[in-house]
Design a protein around this ligand. Structure first.
Ligand SMILES: [Zn+2]
Length: 232
């Protein structure tokens, strides 16, 4: 590219000067007009027509360089891309309180054994940079019944549903002896380290579900494929 000589002027200098000046005047007029429109335009609707962009922070627009041969095509102004305004998500969950008086997300509703062990595990996980959050601890029998009804609809039969949701009288959640946690990293951490605190993952199909199944420091028992409702 360095060997290329600049093209010879084919347009008389006077005409060229005139065209350049004219272009500059037109450009500045357009920009002034656009800014004026912008100032006077109080329409806040989303279909606001695009205006010639001024520089960031309202600074004057960059001077358009005019080449000597042909004027460059006017760059289409960038229309400011509006980010969709976040609609505040309305909380749909109301904390469900079990008969024990604790909300389902409350660790205090758990049995003393699981609660104590889980607290230690949560502290240790935090030291490892993993936050364990409780998604479901102690559940009311009414909530458990509702979950089972929903699961029967979802999975098509009582038997299939109880692989995921046991009836209230068999549910460790209703007894306060099981906890569901999140997010994924927390499940992985607790599955790996829970035995130190006596907290074990119980089922293959529920990586979030833990119970106090072993003595702290001892191996966790083999996992079960899924929950099984006992006929009674
Ligand atoms: Zn669970």
């Amino acid at each position: 590219m360095s060997n290329h000589l600049p093209p010879r002027h084919t347009v008389p200098v006077r005409a060229w000067l005139l065209s350049v000046t004219g272009l500059a005047v037109v450009a500045s007029l357009v920009m002034w007009h656009a800014q004026l429109v912008d100032l006077l335009d109080f329409d806040t609707s989303a279909d606001k027509r695009p205006v010639v962009a001024s520089g960031p922070g309202g600074s004057p627009p960059p001077v358009v360089e005019v080449s000597k041969s042909t004027p460059p095509p006017v760059k289409p102004s960038k229309t400011p891309t509006r980010k969709p305004t976040k609609t505040p998500s309305t909380p749909t969950k109301t904390p469900t309180r079990s008969s024990s008086g604790y909300s389902e997300e409350d660790i205090d509703g758990l049995s003393p054994k699981l609660r104590t062990r889980l607290r230690k595990a949560i502290t240790a996980a935090k030291a490892d940079g993993v936050r364990i959050s409780i998604t479901s601890a102690r559940r009311s029998a009414a909530k458990q019944r509702r979950l089972l009804r929903e699961a029967i609809v979802k999975y098509g039969s009582y038997q299939a549903a109880t692989r995921w949701v046991l009836p209230p009288e068999q549910s460790a959640h209703v007894q306060g002896t099981a906890v569901d946690i999140g997010p994924q990293a927390a499940m992985v951490w607790l599955n790996k380290n829970g035995w130190r605190y006596g907290v074990c993952r119980r089922y293959d199909n529920e990586p979030w579900h833990f119970e106090a199944l072993t003595t702290p420091g001892k191996r966790c028992p083999a996992r079960e494929p899924h929950a099984v409702a006992t006929a009674d």
